[in-house]
Every structure is written in C-alpha cells, then in structure tokens.
Design a protein around this ligand. Structure first.
Ligand SMILES: Nc1ncnc2c1ncn2[C@@H]1O[C@H](COP(=O)(O)OP(=O)(O)OP(=O)(O)O)[C@@H](O)[C@H]1O
Ligand SMILES: [Mg+2]
Length: 254
C-alpha cells in the first residue's frame, strides 16, 4: 500500500473539517476524492502534505508515519500537489518554472547554490534535463520561453502539474486540475492525467466534474462534512443513495 490515513481528524476551532477519515491508495491507482463544497477535500491535501497538522490520527506513506514531518520533508519522500487556484511562478518563464520545481527537492538545495559545489552543478544539470522532459511530456514546448503568467489558463494548469511532476513524486495530489477551463480543454487534461498514471505515478484527484471522475478513477472516496460516506468503484459510488443525497442530487444519472 502506498498511502493510508487512519482515523484522521482536523478541527479548526469548533469546526471539524475532517473527521475520523480512514482510506488508502494502492500503488498505481487513481483515487478521486469528491464531495460538496466545504466537505474537507482540500484540507485533506493540506494534512497529507504537512501544511496542517492533524488534530488526531495517522498518515502513512509506504508504511512510514509522516505526521509531524515538515512539508519539505514530505515532498522529498515523494508527495507533490497542485493547488485549487492555479499557482505558477507568474513572472518566470515556463521553462524556469519547471527548473524551480525540480530544484525544490534536489539535495544540495540552497547551500550548494550559494557555494557552487560539485553537487550543485550536477543538480543543475539534472534540473535542466528534467524541465526539458516535462515540457515535452505536457506538450508545453511551444511555451518554453514565454512568461508563465501570459500563457493560456489551460496551459497554466498543465504547467502547475508540471511543477509538481518536476519533483518526481510517487504520489501526486491534484486539487481540481480542470477548475476554470472549458470542456474541450478538460479532455487534454484527462489525457495528461492518464499518461501520468501510465508513467507510474499514483494519483489522488479532487474534482467536481463527475464525468471526468467516472472516466478516470479506479476508486472514489466521497466526503460530506469531513466524513467518508462512501467509497468504491465509480459506478457503485454514483448509484449510492447517500452520495446522491449529499452531493450528486436526484437528477444525476451515471
Ligand atoms: N485554515 C483554515 N482555518 C479555518 N477553517 C478552515 C481552514 N481551511 C479550511 N477550513 C474550513 O474547513 C472546511 C473544509 O474546507 P475545505 O477547503 O477542505 O473544503 P473542500 O472540500 O476543499 O471544498 P471546495 O470543494 O469548495 O474546495 C470548510 O468549512 C472550511 O471553511
Ligand atoms: Mg477545496
């Protein structure tokens, strides 16, 4: 098992954003987390990545407890994420965005950069090579030297995925990767997510667009008010009475 949360709870004052949540992700799966606004989905990602510390519960990556580790350490263990609002380094070129993404996890880090060590030079080479590889993989080569803030929204979405991929994650957390893009553009993002899976990266996806969830998920976990109300194959989850009541609505037909 690649990932597991055990009875995970996060309180913000009196609000329980995530409650007793246990679920797991197997190596190679795409697991989607769905549920109404405010259900605790993004909070779950903030717990996994160490941005927030859980009030209770455990989080394990490849059998190792990661609660209490800093976000940087969790990233180095192989967890990367994108954010619900597109976050690229808007003033930098597309290529530099990917180089920065890779350097966020390379070993010599800031010390090597300051002292110009041999390790630093070899890291820099790797960062450049990785950035080129991701440009091709995400079909972003045409935008290589453009300022990231100026490229189309959909390409910025791909770039934010690229920044996460540059850290060479085992587990990639995508928070609404198609938010703010139109339906035709969704298809290109869906294909990219499928290719990332093929490349051996395990994916946890938060998404409101049900067609996409149904098409690409191996399993779906449904949250409502922080609690898991259903889990299983997309087809089963979409017919679940609790899920229809809490989220999909009676008009939904899978
Ligand atoms: N840092 C925080 N401080 C206080 N409350 C928070 C914080 N982060 C999230 N919350 C609250 O926790 C609950 C869950 O929020 P979260 O952002 O995880 O929902 P979500 O499922 O991602 O919703 P959406 O689909 O709208 O993105 C909400 O009530 C939210 O207001
Ligand atoms: Mg959210």
């Amino acid at each position: 098992m690649l990932f597991e949360s055990i009875e995970l709870t996060k309180r913000f004052g009196g609000l329980v954003a995530v409650k007793d949540l246990s679920f797991h992700i197997e190596q190679g799966e795409i697991v989607s987390v769905i549920g109404p606004n405010g259900a605790g989905k993004s909070t779950l990602f903030n717990l996994i990545t160490g941005v927030h510390r859980p009030s209770q519960g455990r989080i394990q990556l490849m059998g190792r407890e990661i609660v209490g580790l800093r976000p940087y350490d969790i990233a180095r263990l192989g967890v990367a994420r994108t954010f619900q609002s597109t976050t690229v380094f808007a003033q930098d070129t597309v290529f530099d965005n990917l180089v920065i993404g890779h350097r966020l996890r390379t070993a010599s880090g800031i010390f090597g950069a300051v002292f110009g060590s041999a390790g630093e030079r070899s890291d820099q080479k790797k960062s450049l090579a990785k950035a080129e590889e991701i440009l091709d993989f995400l079909n972003l080569a045409m935008f290589k030297d453009e300022i990231a803030g100026n490229i189309p929204q959909e390409a910025q979405k791909r770039l934010s995925i690229g920044i996460a991929l540059a850290t060479e994650p085992k587990l990639l957390l995508l928070d609404e990767p198609t938010g703010g893009v139109n339906l035709q553009e969704d298809d290109s993002l869906i294909r990219i997510i499928q290719r990332i899976k093929k490349a051996g990266v395990t994916i946890c996806l938060i998404e409101h667009k049900m067609k996409m969830v149904m098409d690409i998920s191996d399993r779906v976990v449904v949250l409502s008010y922080g609690q898991k109300i259903a889990e299983g194959a997309p087809s089963a989850v979409s017919r679940d009475a609790k899920v229809i009541e809490a989220y999909l609505g009676p008009g939904y037909a899978a």
